[in-house]
Design a protein around this ligand. Structure first.
Ligand SMILES: [Ca+2]
Ligand SMILES: [Ca+2]
Length: 231
């Protein structure tokens, strides 16, 4: 009997310790996908496969994440590096790493809230929005950020086969194939009314036609060396 009481006290003490860890560090808490949220303003994020594109904050697109656990308690001290993204409609966006956090430092506060900023290391073009993934749990709210990058075409082997027309086939680097595709949509004296596609419309003003600002964005991440590529 004495042994049994002693055992119960030990178990109770262990439980209290576990709960203390859970509340103070968040490490033992589990993300609740119904009560946790991710929100941002709508807009366009210009990313580069090298990860040196614009910060989300450059276009007013910081993401606010609120983490609540499965007992409806806020999750403090969860680091930004435990969070990454996925596209809401898979296929358009190619991430250099599916699980590497693009977000700069910081942790969730006592209310489980964190403002995320950073720049995706990405190729392709995605107009479907982004999901935030926290410690492997995908928060099922599509954040209205569309992603555009200067890597839209492949130069061929050793990357994927080259593709023609408006088909996208990014190869993880920004080379002549990408610049040539952009230029087919950029108005010039020889091509005054090129077809407009949102994927090459990198910066405000958005909508037809693509302008010099978009060209500068393209050119600043173009290198046929190539320097702008997935690292
Ligand atoms: Ca490319
Ligand atoms: Ca534009």
């Amino acid at each position: 009997m004495i042994k049994s009481v002693h055992l119960h006290r030990m178990l109770a003490a262990a439980l209290l310790c576990a709960q203390a860890v859970s509340v103070t560090t968040g490490n033992a808490q589990i993300v609740d996908l119904f009560f946790s949220t991710a929100t941002s303003a709508p807009g366009v994020h210009y990313a580069c496969p090298a990860g040196d594109g614009d910060l989300l904050s450059a276009n007013g697109l910081t993401i606010t994440v609120t983490l609540i656990d499965n007992t409806q308690v806020p999750m403090p001290n969860v680091p930004a590096t435990d969070m990454w993204i996925a596209d809401c409609s898979p296929g358009g966006l190619v991430l250099c790493s599916a699980t590497e956090s693009p977000f700069v430092g910081g942790v969730t506060d006592a209310a489980g809230i964190i403002m995320l900023d950073g720049s995706l290391a990405a190729s392709g073009c995605d107009n479907s929005g982004l999901y935030v993934v926290v410690q492997g749990f995908l928060i099922p709210t599509c954040v209205p950020i569309t992603v555009r990058t200067p890597d839209m075409k492949s130069g061929g082997a050793p990357g994927p086969p080259a593709c023609g027309g408006e088909i996208l086939c990014p190869d993880g680097k920004v080379t002549l194939a990408d610049l040539a595709y952009f230029l087919t949509h950029y108005p010039t004296a020889a091509n005054p009314t090129p077809p407009y596609v949102p994927c090459v419309d990198f910066w405000t003003p958005y909508g037809a036609p693509v302008t010099l600002v978009d060209f500068v964005k393209m050119a600043s991440h173009y290198s046929n060396s190539p320097a702008h590529q997935c690292l």
